[in-house]
Design a protein around this ligand. Structure first.
Ligand code: OXD
Ligand code: MN
Length: 600
């Protein structure tokens, strides 16, 4: 390939400038070809960056290990760098662009000496769709290149598009020394730029994902009047062939990926539902000429959590990750395949753990704690097209129409299985007051409630009060806005046992949601929203103990009054920036609760 496979001066000048700073030995442009991918895979294997897996059992699959202190997104090292601190808001880490560039430059200067700089032109969304955004990522990591080839649309078509359109997100990544003390994930929304240095972990370095498609895109979406959200998109096909699409936001560890490709439960199978997966993590939505909301998934792959993935929790994902998948930080088995805690089949009798050390089941560390074969946040990167439920509309430039937006969280108490908001503004309040309880997989005290509005707390690229205002404004622009619902699969009984079986059974709740969207069923008005009549949730084939469904749908006034206090505290941090309408919703909820009886 000739030195610059583009005429775009802006791209060329920027690549040159970054190369002057990082001083790579060579520059290679990624063209998206199979041939180039094969070369990179061979080189990665030779340099131990990636281990080829058993090609008979797992064709096209590779294994990678990150450094033990580089296994998750580092939120405390992630910054929004706007000129005014206020524009980043109280929920983001902020650094001034000048200070941020200076600090990162000191680390990036000469960081690629002895290495190759790869130039990856990529598109989030189908190339040329009105939804889509172009990025160019520079990286000194082959692992990043190979992952980007799975997660985004890479190559010639993108470069051709860049000849016509000048705007692109400038994404720079260097592993540098992979030193946590010299790690920075910097976003410059005003410059349409991302700089990530010192990490090799997917969420920090696949810059098309969280950095571009959520943090930068949320900023662009506000300016250009669309939505960039941390949501899955799934289609539910009825036997008559009609498909309804929903978008759903859940914080980490709430089963978003599993929901996106659920298997209909036995009892509902006779109805002939079929599920279509459009995306499991990120949704971009625009108001179309019909006044309703249409959505795409800007990605082309899943970057999913391995532990707990098995035939029962996610049959479709087990099928998906059998080929052309990159595994990160899982256990390497003697037969050249992989394993993780909660995988199918027998626990292997030995292997190499995620740190690269010999492993046997039952091993404990110096504190007597079990040594895990796979890191709890070990991952797979895999193409959506491998998925048996992959939607046939993934490449459609106008996306899919969204009938319902769902907000979910993990709450052992308080939130009923499902409720519907009264209207768009109330729905925005429901999203803005979303919260989830921390699990063992997350940092913090187990059970502690973390407020995570629209599941965007770590991903909103600007002041969250303005983000709420944007949601409210968008509601006014739509003539056929989707209905907004809240769900909670995680309510427990007095013995702390889950009341709802979850997984495929969640389709029963989605069925009610769609019935509400199509005005097929009535609902009960409560202080927090509309809840289903018990008889409107189809329980065919699911035998819950007597009274469970009532408990799942009950609303405890005192718990909600307590919740109001926490919401108030959360809202107050936004000071006078918080939209008045959200305080109004708060007051209205408080008044409705006060008027109601103890149990609703
Ligand atoms: C993810 C996350 O990896 O939300 O998708 O943390
Ligand atoms: Mn996510």
């Amino acid at each position: 390939m000739k030195e610059y496979p583009t005429h775009n001066k802006k791209v060329i000048n920027w690549v040159r400038k970054m190369a002057r700073m990082c001083q790579p030995d060579k520059i290679i442009w990624i063209d998206g070809s199979e041939e180039q991918k094969n070369i990179l895979e061979k080189e990665s294997a030779a340099s131990d960056e990636l281990i080829p897996l058993n090609q008979e059992k797992l064709p096209g699959c590779l294994l990678h290990r990150t450094k033990p202190d580089d296994v998750a997104r580092t939120e405390h090292l992630t910054f929004i760098c706007t000129r005014r601190k206020h524009d980043a808001g109280p929920t983001n880490n902020w650094m001034s662009p000048r200070a941020a560039y200076k600090k990162a430059k000191a680390i990036l200067k000469g960081a690629m000496k002895g290495r190759t700089m790869y130039v990856i032109p990529f598109s989030m969304g189908p190339v040329g769709s009105p939804f889509s955004k172009i990025g160019v990522e520079l990286t000194d990591s082959r692992y990043v290149v190979l992952n980007m080839l799975i997660m985004t649309r890479v190559g010639e078509a993108v470069l051709r598009h860049l000849e016509k359109e000048d705007e692109f997100t400038k994404c720079l990544h260097s592993k540098a020394e992979l030193d946590i003390n010299k790690r920075l994930i910097l976003h410059f929304p005003e410059d349409n730029t991302i700089w990530s240095v010192g990490s090799g972990y997917g969420g920090n370095v696949l810059l098309g994902k969280k950095c571009l498609s959520l943090r930068i895109a949320s900023y662009l979406a506000r300016c250009e009047h669309w939505f960039a959200e941390h949501m899955l998109i799934m289609g539910i096909e009825e036997p008559n062939g009609h498909i309804e699409y929903i978008a759903a936001a859940f914080p980490s560890a709430c089963g978003k990926t599993n929901l996106a490709m659920l298997v209909p439960p036995e009892g509902l199978k006779v109805k002939g539902y079929r599920i279509w997966t459009v995306g499991d993590d990120i949704t971009w939505m625009r108001i179309d000429s019909d006044g309703s909301l249409w959505a795409i998934n800007p990605e082309t792959g899943f970057f999913g959590v391995a532990p707990g993935t098995n035939l029962k929790t996610n049959l479709n994902m087990v099928e998906t990750i059998k080929k052309n998948t990159i595994y990160t930080n899982v256990l390497f088995k003697p037969d050249g395949t992989v394993w993780w805690e909660g995988a199918n089949g027998e626990i292997p009798s030995s292997g190499i753990d995620w740190r690269g050390k010999p492993w046997k089941p039952g091993m404990t560390d110096e504190n007597g704690k079990p040594v895990l074969g796979a890191h709890p946040n070990s991952r797979f990167t895999t193409p959506i097209t491998n998925c048996p439920t992959a939607s046939f509309r993934l490449e459609q430039h106008h996306g899919v129409p969204i009938s319902a937006i769902i907000f979910g969280g993990r709450r052992t108490h308080l939130t009923p299985l499902v409720f519907e908001s009264f209207n768009w503004q109330h729905g925005v309040f429901v999203g803005a007051t979303m919260a989830s309880e921390l699990t063992a997989a997350q940092f913090g005290k187990i059970g502690q409630v973390r407020r995570d509005p629209m599941a965007m707390l770590p991903f909103c690229g600007y002041n969250m009060a303005e983000y709420f205002r944007h949601w409210l404004e968008m509601g006014k622009k739509m003539t056929k806005a989707p209905k907004i619902f809240a769900v909670n699969w995680f309510r427990t009984d007095e013995q702390e046992k889950f009341l709802w079986p979850g997984f495929g059974e969640n389709l029963r709740v989605i069925e009610w949601i769609l019935d509400r969207c199509n005005n097929k069923v009535e609902a009960i008005k409560t202080p927090i929203g509309y809840i289903p009549l018990i008889t409107d949730i189809d329980m065919t084939g699911l035998h819950l103990p007597r009274g469970h469904l009532e408990k799942l749908l009950s609303i405890d006034k005192n718990e909600w009054l307590q919740e109001l206090k926490d919401i108030k505290k959360f809202f107050k941090q936004f000071k006078k920036d918080l939209p008045e309408q959200l305080w109004q919703e708060y007051e209205d909820l408080a008044a409705r609760l006060k008027e109601s009886s103890e149990k609703v």
